[in-house]
Design a binder for this molecule. Structure first.
Ligand code: KG4
Ligand code: ZN
Length: 340
């Protein structure tokens, strides 16, 4: 059996500066710095994020190398998120990784952040293609038919806010810190999910799209009229109902044998429970990555690079940052990618 490549993956598309060294499914080191400087602003300030990435990357790299007991020259492949995301942050991670690859004469791979979310469930579990992916994060809400590495069909997407934004913006209205999703989940544990009547936009719609902005507006109107715990629980229940309805419809359309959930909101236990029950009732498989792989991290970037690893590697040193980069623009690698 060939030894898998030692891969350094870097993630800087939003407010997480993350860096991982992996070899196959073995994590030699994972370093993550979650920026808290944005809390007073209730959202990510792009300029602050870019500066923080720049100042943390060298420290995280040093720590990772010493924790893994490897030298930079042992790294076989350098990978960084090239998009989608905030252009300033993307530039920091990309240039950093490209510089290392160029200096060491090693290959560099530009990773699509959405592809990394889509494939990381295969890092923790043997999941075979095809599968129906529900990608739910702070910036994206998509139902994707995943046929293979680089072979994606986006079946539905949000028409307005992402589901993570619905959590975050509602949390801000409730005076909770950013990012609000985990705080809503904790608050919801003490509330009554039926206490506040909230809309469920797009439920039973014949498309596979989502909409969340009306939900956020309804939360705004309910503030002050009900207690925060009940409001948080009712919001979470409404989001759970919408996601279950949309996935149910997508199961019918695709006849998928397997539903996979990924992205930051997949860390929500209530949402997970609802989706798992749906799959149980339909007698199909359900997978969600461990919590640490749901939210942005370096392992998913390194793993996406692993899945695309080929010999000889295409050299991506001229890859630009791509603030917008749809999964449907991806191409499969040239050769079969299974290198185990
Ligand atoms: O995937 P991610 O780390 O970044 C993006 O690519 O957007 O997702 C971040 C989003 C935020 O909106 C955050 O509030 C949400 O994931 N999130 C959660 C939970 N943990 C993170 N939402 C609900 N419940 C959670 N436990
Ligand atoms: Zn993400």
């Amino acid at each position: 059996m060939t030894v898998p490549p030692l891969i350094l993956g870097i993630e800087t598309s939003c407010d997480e500066t993350a860096l991982a060294l992996i070899q196959g499914r073995h994590v030699l080191s994972h370093q993550i710095h979650s920026q808290t400087d944005h809390t007073p602003y209730g959202g990510v300030v792009p300029e602050l994020a870019a500066r923080a990435h720049l100042s943390f990357l060298p420290k995280l790299l040093d720590t990772a190398l010493s924790e893994a007991s490897v030298s930079l020259s042992q790294v076989d492949l350098f990978a960084a998120t090239a998009g989608p995301g905030l252009v300033g942050g993307l530039l920091m991670g990309l240039t950093f990784a490209k510089g290392l690859a160029y200096g060491l004469n090693k290959p560099f791979l530009a990773v699509n952040h959405l592809e990394a979310h889509a494939l990381v469930p295969r890092f923790s579990e043997n999941i075979s293609f095809p599968y129906l992916l529900l990608l739910i994060s702070g910036g994206h809400t998509q139902l994707v038919w995943v046929e293979g590495v680089g072979r994606y069909k986006v079946l539905g997407t949000t028409l307005d806010d992402a589901v993570g934004e619905a959590f975050d913006k509602s949390a801000k209205l409730l005076g909770l810190p950013y990012p609000g999703g985990p705080h809503i989940e904790i608050l919801a544990q003490k509330g009554d999910p039926q206490a506040v009547p909230l809309p469920r936009p797009m439920m039973e719609h014949q498309s596979l799209n989502f909409s969340f902005s009306g939900l956020k507006t309804a939360v705004r109107h309910a503030i002050g009229k009900s207690n925060p715990e009940d409001l948080a629980a009712s919001l979470q229940a409404a989001i759970g109902d919408i996601l279950v309805d949309r996935v149910k419809h997508a199961i019918d359309v695709t006849q998928t044998p397997h539903v996979v959930v990924a992205g930051g909101v997949a860390a929500n236990r209530f949402v997970n429970h609802q989706l798992k029950n749906l799959c149980l009732s339909r007698k199909i498989q359900y997978s969600s990555p461990p919590l640490s792989l749901c939210t942005d991290n370096g392992i998913m970037i390194a793993w996406a690079a692993h899945e695309r690893y080929l010999a000889p590697m295409p050299q991506d040193l001229s890859a630009p940052p791509r603030p917008r980069w749809s999964l449907e623009e991806m191409e499969p690698p040239f050769l079969p990618t299974d290198i185990f």
